[in-house]
Design a protein around this ligand. Structure first.
Ligand code: PBG
Length: 334
């Protein structure tokens, strides 16, 4: 028995649960607005907020609307947003040229948001899938995902985003060697303060379904992503991936998806003690929202409980589509 544990009735663990003040005083982990990164989908156009069927309450925003969203996020105290582009099919190619275009949708959005909302950090996504005609995160030749050629393109993509003003680069592609290659290129170009939040432990998951819908990649994907994303049966491998990415210069690391992988969050935090994030992905959002919209669960409570779980598992922050809703709930009553 634990040395400080006196037997019943000297110890009654319900004493610290009997009233709200006692529960507050004894609460070990808290969720705050400063823990949130808000992923935002962007698209072409003006004054457009297009609903996404599989993600009720989430929209694809034209750049002007994304600027307003960033303003709202900043006013709520959310530290960062993360941009994901919905790319028109006409711009998707096997060579993924649009990914590195300094004037692509993402890079124009970064500049627009930086100009009008300088106080919020902008995170980006680095992977070829929004621009790839076959929906993969890397180049494909004869059905094989090419690692090294993809890394070269990802570095160019990263540099264009850094040039546009991105604060945090988020490589989500799971190719080998990309962190070191990006870090070297950033240093050489004088982008010494641009941070890398590596999607280090990203699993080949069924929970990305609604996201692929949101970025227009659903119908296009040939095969699956299992040769680069992780096997859901593995945990030790996640630690090797995190160690590898840190050794190549990652500043922050991510586990993705979130809730099915809380054990990985805890092990990563305990093993490395570095800034650790979880991505509460589109399918997790859809499950909670879908059940809440049908009256099957209390949506607000489920949202807060799911996010607090990440804090308890050791995460420093969470990417979540619930960010603005949570921030409004956590805001002190005016
Ligand atoms: C792709 C990418 C994905 C997500 C973020 N970046 C999907 C995938 O790997 O197929 C998923 C995010 C979500 O589901 O919310 N590079």
């Amino acid at each position: 028995m634990h040395p400080t544990f006196a037997p019943f009735p000297a110890t009654r663990l319900r004493r610290t649960r009997r009233s709200a003040p006692l529960r507050d005083l004894c609460q070990e982990n808290v969720l705050t607005v400063k823990d949130l990164i808000w992923p935002i989908f962007i698209r072409e156009g003006q004054d457009v907020a297009e609903p996404i069927a599989s993600m009720p309450g989430v929209f694809r925003l034209s750049i002007d609307k994304a600027v307003r969203a960033a303003e709202e996020a900043a006013s709520l105290g959310i530290p960062a947003i993360c941009l994901f582009p919905y790319t028109d099919i006409s711009l998707k190619t096997e060579g993924c040229e649009e990914a590195c275009n300094p004037e692509n949708l993402t890079n124009r959005a970064i500049r627009a948001i930086k100009a009008e909302v300088p106080g919020i950090a902008i995170m980006t996504d680095i992977a070829l899938d929004p621009y790839n005609i076959n929906g993969h995160d890397g180049f494909v030749r004869d059905g094989i995902i090419l690692n090294d050629e993809t890394v070269e393109a990802l570095v160019k993509m990263a540099m264009a985003q850094a040039d546009a003003g991105a604060d945090i680069l988020g490589p989500s592609d799971m190719m080998d060697g990309r962190i070191g290659a990006m870090r070297a290129a950033l240093e050489a170009a004088g982008h010494t303060d641009v941070a890398i939040l590596s999607y280090s432990a990203k699993y080949a998951s069924a929970f990305y379904g609604p996201f692929r819908d949101a970025v227009g990649a659903s119908g296009l994907l040939t095969g699956d992503k299992k040769t680069y994303q992780m096997n859901p049966g593995n945990a030790d491998e996640a630690l090797r991936l995190v160690a590898r990415d840190l050794s190549e210069g990652a500043d922050m690391v991510m586990i993705k998806p979130g809730m099915p992988y809380l054990d990985i969050c805890r092990r990563v935090k305990d093993s490395f003690g570095v800034p650790t994030y979880a991505y509460q992905v589109s399918g997790e959002y859809a499950m909670i929202r879908g059940a809440a919209d049908r009256g099957w669960i209390d949506g607000d409570r489920a949202m807060l409980e799911s996010l607090l779980a990440f804090k308890r598992a050791g995460c420093d922050g969470i990417l979540t589509y619930f960010a603005p809703a949570v921030a409004r709930m956590l805001a002190p009553a005016a």
